[in-house]
Design a binder for this molecule. Structure first.
Ligand code: ADP
Ligand code: MG
Length: 687
C-alpha cells in the first residue's frame, strides 16, 4: 500500500519539529494504563482512538473531551474502543491517545495537498466541524513568503475574528503566520507527505495549539520533473514553404481540407501523395524527399501507423517543424502511446520540433498560413488564441468571422508531445501583431513552469484564460478536509492570480476581455475611473456599478472643476460622474474631453456613457470618443446605450478599436474584472 495515514501522535511529533505547538500526550493500550497516564498528564484530558482505518475519529465515537479523573479515564478507554469497533469492525485498533486538553480558542484549519499540475499547495481557513459548510478557505501554491502568508490570512471572510471583532480581543496573528510558515516548510521538506490537515488549530490571544493532526504519506510519490526544453525560434512559425503529407483531392479527407485552407498561403505549397501527380490543381510529389526545394514546415495527415516512417523522411529532408494533425496516439491507448514515443524518438534524432499530434495545427492569419481544417480561415487581427481543444477552435473561428474579430495566431496544442503551451506563449509574447492572448486550458502537466513563463508574458501582454473543469465533483473521495475543500480548479485560479492571468468562465467573455485589453490603453494601470455622460439616470447607475466592480470614481480636484465651470452650464453635476445633461452637444463633450486629456495623470480610465437623442447622433459622439482616446494613454471605453440609432456610433468605435459595450453593467463588470485581477497579481504588483 503506497498511501498511508500517520497516527495523530506521529503527526504531532513531525509538526512540532517545525514549530507547531501541540498538546503533550501518551499512548495507552489498556484501561488501567489510561488512568495512570491521564493522572500523569494532569486533568482535564482528552482521549481519542488510534486506528489507521478511522479517519474521522469523532464520527466513530472515538473522541472524549473533558475527562477529569482516573475512573472517568478508565471508563472512557472502554467506551472509545467499543464505539470504534462498532463503527468499523474491520478497524485495527492501535490504542488510545491521551492528550492535554487545550483551552477553547478560535478554531482554524491548516492543510496541504499535492496538486497533479502545480505540486504542493497549502490551505488555510475557518476550521472545526463546520469547515465543509462554511467553505471559508484560501490557498497558496508553495513556496510562499511570510508576506504572502499574511495576505492569505487576511483573505478569509472570518478574518475579523482574528483581528478582533466587536470588542473581542485580537488573536495572535503573528504566531499564526509563524505556524503557517513552519507548516509550509514541513510540507516542502517532506516530499513523501502528499496531504495533511490540522483541524482544528486553536488560535489564542497569545499563541496557538494544534489539537488534531492527520498526515498522509505516499512512499511511491514522485515529484513532477521538469522536462528539458529549448524554445523554438519564432521563425519556425513563419515558414516560406509548406508540404502537406497526405494531401488529397477527396473532399471527405482531412488531407483535402488542410490543403484547401493552405491554398491562400503566399509561399510555396507542396502536396505529397504517393498515388497522384496532381492534387487540387497543384503538382504533387510522391514523398517529401522528392521535393526539389527546401521545406520549412510539413503538415502530416496520414494515418498514425505511417507517421513514424513519414517523420523519418521529414528528417532526411531536414524539415525543422512538423505539424501532426493525425490522431490515434497517446490519447488512444497503449498502442498509440508506443507509436507516439517512436515518432518522438525519430524527431529528436533529426532535431525536428513537433506541433501535436492529435491537433489542428496552427493559423497565422497575418501570414496567410492555415494548417487546420477549420471551415473558413479567420481574419488577421491582434488576438492570439492557444487552445487545448480543437473543436473550440473550430467554433470560435467560425463565430469570429461574423463578430469581426481577427487573430494574430491560433494554436491547437493537441497532445503536446513536444511543443506545448509554453512554446506557443513564448512565440506570441514576442510577436508584434499580438496584443492580447487567450488560453483555453483543460489541464497542465507542468504547472509551476507554466506560472513562471506566463507571469513574464503577462507583464507585457494581457493573458486571459478559460479553465474547464470547475464542476469536477469533489474529485475523488477525499481522505482529508483539505482534499475536499479545494479542488484542482481553485489551484488553477490561484496560479492565474499569482501570474497575472485573467480568468474568465465563458468564451464570449474571454473575447470581450481580450478585445478590451488589446485596445489603446486597455491594460489599465490602476482603478481610478471617470464617467462622462449626458444622462442623469446612467450617472447614478454608473456609480453603483463602479463600486460593485471595484473601480474608484475619483473626486475631481478643484482646478479641474474650475476649468470645467468656465464653459459648462451652471446646472451640470459638478462631480464625477460628469453629467453634461441631456442637451449636451458634440462641442460640450469635446471641451470636457480636452480638459480630462490634459489631466491624464489623475485617472486611469474614462467611461463615456451616451443615450440616443436628437441633439447628438451616435456617430458624432463616437468620433469625439475616438479623438479623446487619441489624446490620452489611458483607457477610454464607450458605452453607447440604445437601439438601432446607436449602431453607426458603435461601428465607428469598432473600426478604431475603441471598446464599447451596449450594456452598462457589463461595461463596468468587464473593466472591473481586468483591473481587479491586475491589482491582485503578485507578479505585476499594482497598488
Ligand atoms: P476528528 O478526527 O473527528 O477530527 P479531533 O481530533 O479533531 O477528531 O477531535 C474532535 C474535536 O475535539 C476537535 O475538533 C476539538 O474541538 C476537540 N479536541 C480534540 N483534541 C483536543 C484537545 N487536545 N484539547 C481540546 N479539545 C480537543
Ligand atoms: Mg479534527
Amino acid at each position: 500500500m503506497a498511501k498511508r495515514m500517520l497516527s495523530e501522535a506521529e503527526g504531532y511529533d513531525l509538526l512540532r519539529e517545525y514549530g507547531v505547538p501541540t498538546p503533550g500526550f501518551e499512548i495507552v493500550t489498556s484501561a488501567d494504563a489510561a488512568a495512570k497516564a491521564a493522572s500523569a498528564i494532569g486533568f482535564p484530558v482528552v482521549m481519542k482512538i488510534i486506528s489507521p482505518q478511522i479517519v474521522h475519529k469523532s464520527d466513530a465515537g472515538g473522541v472524549v473531551v473533558g475527562i477529569s479523573g482516573a475512573a472517568e479515564a478508565k471508563k472512557a478507554f472502554t467506551q472509545i474502543v467499543e464505539s470504534a469497533i462498532e463503527y468499523n469492525p474491520e478497524a485495527e485498533i492501535k490504542g488510545v491517545i491521551i492528550e492535554e486538553m487545550a483551552k477553547p480558542g478560535l478554531e482554524l484549519i491548516l492543510g496541504g495537498k499535492t496538486d497533479p499540475a502545480f505540486g504542493k499547495v497549502i490551505t488555510f481557513g475557518m476550521g472545526g466541524t463546520l469547515v465543509e459548510l462554511m467553505k471559508d478557505v484560501t490557498l497558496r501554491i508553495l513556496p510562499i513568503s511570510r508576506e504572502e502568508i499574511r495576505t492569505m490570512v487576511r483573505e478569509i471572510n472570518a478574518y475579523p475574528l482574528i483581528a478582533g471583532y466587536r470588542g473581542m480581543k485580537p488573536r495572535d496573528e503573528d504566531a499564526l503566520i509563524e505556524i503557517i510558515a513552519g507548516v509550509a516548510t514541513f510540507f516542502e521538506e517532506n516530499p513523501q507527505v502528499t496531504e495533511f490537515d490540522i483541524n482544528p488549530m486553536r488560535l489564542y490571544e497569545s499563541g496557538a495549539c494544534a489539537v488534531d493532526a492527520r498526515v498522509i504519506v505516499d512512499d511511491e510519490y514522485e515529484p513532477i520533473v521538469r522536462k528539458e526544453r529549448t524554445f523554438v525560434p519564432p521563425e519556425y512559425f513563419t515558414p516560406r514553404s509548406v508540404a502537406v503529407i497526405g494531401a488529397s483531392s477527396d473532399p471527405q479527407k482531412m488531407g483535402y481540407a488542410v490543403l484547401h485552407n493552405l491554398l491562400h498561403f503566399p509561399g510555396q505549397i507542396y502536396p505529397v501523395n504517393n498515388k497522384r501527380t496532381e492534387v487540387q490543381g497543384l503538382k504533387a510529389y510522391p514523398t517529401v524527399t522528392s521535393i526539389p526545394n527546401p521545406v520549412d514546415l510539413a503538415v502530416i495527415t496520414v494515418p498514425a501507423v505511417h507517421v513514424p516512417r513519414v517523420m523519418q523522411e521529414c528528417g532526411e529532408k531536414k524539415i525543422p517543424l512538423v505539424v501532426v494533425i493525425t490522431a490515434g496516439f497517446k490519447e488512444a491507448g497503449e498502442e498509440g502511446k508506443v507509436l507516439e514515443e517512436r515518432m518522438l524518438d525519430i524527431a529528436r534524432h533529426y532535431n525536428i520540433r513537433i506541433v501535436g499530434p492529435n491537433c489542428l495545427g496552427l493559423i497565422i492569419p497575418p501570414r496567410g498560413l492555415d494548417t487546420t481544417y477549420v471551415h473558413e480561415s479567420p481574419e488577421a487581427g491582434s488576438i492570439a488564441f492557444i487552445s487545448q481543444s480543437g473543436a473550440i477552435i473550430n467554433t470560435v473561428v467560425d463565430w469570429s468571422l461574423k463578430q469581426e474579430i481577427g487573430f494574430s495566431a491560433v494554436f491547437s496544442v493537441g497532445n503536446q508531445s513536444d511543443l506545448d503551451f509554453l512554446d506557443y506563449l513564448r512565440f506570441v509574447e514576442q510577436d508584434k501583431s499580438t496584443k492580447a492572448i487567450i488560453l483555453y486550458i483543460e489541464q497542465l502537466t507542468n504547472g509551476r513552469e507554466f506560472m513562471e513563463v506566463v507571469s513574464e508574458v503577462a507583464k507585457k501582454k494581457p493573458v486571459v484564460a478559460i479553465k474547464s473543469g470547475s464542476s469536477q465533483k469533489g474529485q475523488k473521495a477525499a481522505s482529508s478536509h483539505t482534499g475536499s475543500l479545494s479542488g484542482s480548479y481553485e489551484v488553477y485560479m490561484e496560479a492565474f492570480r499569482e501570474a497575472g492571468v485573467i480568468p474568465v468562465r465563458a468564451l464570449r467573455g474571454a473575447f470581450e476581455v481580450a478585445e478590451l485589453c488589446a485596445s489603446p490603453g486597455g491594460y489599465p494601470k490602476g482603478r481610478r475611473a471617470i464617467v462622462i455622460t449626458n444622462a442623469g439616470g446612467f450617472a447614478v447607475l454608473s456609480s453603483d456599478y463602479a463600486e460593485m466592480y471595484g473601480l474608484d470614481l475619483i473626486d475631481l480636484p478643484p482646478e479641474i472643476l474650475a476649468e470645467l465651470n468656465e464653459f459648462l452650464p451652471d446646472y451640470w453635476s459638478h462631480a464625477n460622474p460628469l453629467d453634461l445633461l441631456g442637451d449636451a452637444s458634440e462641442k460640450r463633450f469635446q471641451q470636457v474631453f480636452d480638459v480630462l486629456a490634459r489631466h491624464s495623470d489623475l485617472w486611469d480610465m474614462a467611461f463615456v456613457v451616451g443615450f440616443p437623442n436628437l441633439v447628438l447622433d451616435s456617430e458624432r459622439l463616437a468620433r469625439q470618443i475616438i479623438n479623446f482616446s487619441g489624446k490620452t494613454e489611458n483607457l477610454v471605453v464607450g458605452s453607447l446605450l440604445g437601439g438601432e440609432c446607436m449602431d453607426a456610433g458603435k461601428k465607428v468605435l469598432k473600426e478604431h478599436q475603441i471598446p464599447n459595450f451596449d450594456d452598462l453593467e457589463q461595461t463596468f463588470k468587464v473593466v472591473g474584472r481586468v483591473v481587479w485581477q491586475r491589482c491582485r497579481a503578485k507578479s505585476i504588483g499594482l497598488p
